[in-house]
Design a protein around this ligand. Structure first.
Ligand SMILES: Nc1ncnc2c1ncn2[C@@H]1O[C@H](COP(=O)(O)OP(=O)(O)OP(=O)(O)O)[C@@H](O)[C@H]1O
Ligand SMILES: [Mg+2]
Length: 263
């Protein structure tokens, strides 16, 4: 759903995408007599061109729901007030946002390369162009030589890199990543984070929103970290990541995530 951001403040010319006054309510167990679940309440979020924003919050606070709305995918059956606007334009035409869902969504009956091509082909990208780009990205993503592997033959980290590659392939300027490394063990995750930090995903006029549970991942990768409260999710903190030392920011984030943790 796309609406005007009339309540947006401040209005910025370099806004990449955002939401204002976003409230999302799901019907209660699909029945009229059961109260609905308010997943998000009056959420405002603006992301500037070139920014990498991480969204953290407790499980069930509405992070995936927020990302879906930013992707223009209004959750089925939900009542949505407020809405998302994307100001960045896809030079190739079509949607400006690329969404990586929480589960990798790889098709088990397709080898790695055809899996990578799925989104680009649906978006109408020329087969030869998509193929050439995919092969270059397999190299960049450390997957060269695995183009003909089946998903089950790849490690967890490789599968996630393949899913991310597929998200990046159509070249859309806004990447929306839902816990891309959530299912990985701690060491693989650290390696993936170090690798991702070197990719400059938000460079060249792009923007990234990353949902994560992991404060350290957020601090390593993002320019800003937005903390959502327990459901219904509201923005309780919007913190620029300091370049010189993140210890204080880390404490601030943990306090915001768990305000009663010490009591
Ligand atoms: N399709 C749906 N139908 C009904 N309720 C839903 C639906 N999708 C999400 N919800 C509810 O909305 C709330 C927020 O869900 P969401 O998946 O956005 O949370 P999350 O922050 O991403 O959680 P997690 O960290 O566990 O992934 C939850 O209470 C969930 O049950
Ligand atoms: Mg989620």
């Amino acid at each position: 759903m796309t609406t005007s951001l009339s309540t947006e403040s401040p209005a910025t010319s370099d806004l990449a995408l955002g939401v204002a006054g976003l409230t999302v309510t799901f019907p209660g167990a699909g029945r009229r007599d059961v109260p609905g679940v308010v997943a998000l309440q009056d959420v405002g979020l603006q992301v500037r061109v070139g920014e990498f924003v991480a969204v953290v919050g407790p499980s069930g606070c509405g992070k995936s729901t927020l990302l879906r709305v930013l992707a223009g995918l209004t959750p089925t059956g939900a009542t949505v007030t407020g809405g998302a606007v994307t100001r960045l334009v896809n030079p190739a035409g079509g949607p400006a946002t690329a969404w990586m869902p929480q589960r990798d969504g790889l098709l088990p009956w397709r080898r790695a390369l055809p899996n990578a091509l799925v989104g680009a082909r649906i978006a109408g990208m020329d087969r030869a162009v998509a193929d050439e780009r995919a092969r270059a990205l397999f190299d960049e993503f450390g997957l060269a030589g695995f183009e003909r592997s089946w998903p089950h033959e790849l490690s967890g980290g490789m599968r996630q890199r393949l899913a991310l590659l597929r998200t990046c392939l159509p070249g859309r300027p806004v990447l929306l990543l839902d816990e891309p490394f959530g299912a990985l063990d701690a060491i693989t995750r650290r390696r993936m984070n170090a690798w991702l930090a070197g990719l400059d995903l938000a460079g060249h006029g792009r923007a990234v929103v990353l949902v994560t549970h992991d404060v350290d991942e957020a601090l390593l990768l993002a320019d800003r970290v937005v903390v959502l409260s327990d459901r219904p999710g509201r923005v309780v903190l919007d913190l620029p990541v300091p370049r010189d030392g993140t210890q204080d920011a880390r404490r601030t984030l943990l306090d915001a995530l768990d305000p009663h943790g010490g009591s």
